[in-house]
Design a protein around this ligand. Structure first.
Ligand SMILES: C[S@@+](CC[C@H](N)C(=O)[O-])C[C@H]1O[C@@H](n2cnc3c(N)ncnc32)[C@H](O)[C@@H]1O
Length: 208
């Protein structure tokens, strides 16, 4: 099956309907990720087939949780899930933040080549990010423990914003370590059709 068909069918199986144009743009991003990964080692997954299932479709699982317009993806690496979401939601603003310059250079290249006006790339540690209290969603995947994420990102969401942390197995231990500055709203199991492993979305809001 082509990358286009795998993506389209995988998204359909998750109840996510993507236009052909969006799927084509995701395939374009996949091509850039595969190309740049050879020189820059952006992700340990080198095979494009595996990138589709383990990176792109997994990132798409975040899409139904994005209701607000302004999103920051912290520790985005090569844009997972942030760049995938930005391609799917061109009317939303995405800040893709990572402290690793190699990864943010790649993101800047993708933004330029794909003409993504809704993407801002930030090369800094998230603890130093100056735009506080403005984001509807703070997303992360494979970034840090929930405790570290909250301690580093607490000021970032707006008063009505939330944290969306993607995790593998149900994070019992990490939840026990969470500071009392946040409330856990929900922990939703996710089904990614091409991944035979547990996935969860932890949704948290700041107290007060
Ligand atoms: C394991 S990678 C995950 C990348 C991507 N989210 C994914 O799912 O493939 C974690 C990323 O977080 C970044 N990172 C770690 N601590 C950070 C911090 N304090 N501020 C910004 N980025 C950070 C690293 O540079 C790395 O790219």
């Amino acid at each position: 099956m082509s990358y286009f068909d795998t993506l389209k069918r995988g998204a359909d199986d998750m109840g996510i309907s993507l236009s052909d144009e969006t799927v084509e743009r995701l395939v374009q991003y996949l091509g850039l990720l595969e190309k740049w990964n050879k020189a820059y080692n952006l992700t340990a997954i080198r095979d494009a087939d595996k990138m589709v299932s383990l990176h792109l479709l997994d990132s798409l699982a975040t899409l139904p949780f994005i209701t607000g317009k302004k999103v920051i993806d912290v520790g985005t690496g090569p844009g997972l899930p942030g760049m995938v979401l930005a391609i799917c939601l061109p009317e939303h603003d995405f800040t893709l933040l990572d402290s690793n310059g190699k990864k943010t250079r790649f993101l800047t290249q993708v933004k330029m080549e794909m003409g993504l006006k809704n993407v801002t790339v930030a090369n800094e540690r998230v603890e130093n990010h100056a735009h506080q209290g403005v984001y509807d969603h703070v997303t992360s995947r494979a970034f840090a423990s929930l405790e570290d994420m909250i301690n580093w990102c607490l000021p970032l969401p707006s008063a009505s914003g939330n944290f969306l942390a993607m995790k593998g197995v149900y994070p019992h231990d990490e939840l026990a370590q969470l500071p009392d500055t946040v409330t856990v709203q929900e922990i939703q199991p996710l089904t990614v059709p091409t991944i035979d492993a547990e996935r969860h979305m932890v949704i948290m809001t700041r107290k007060g």
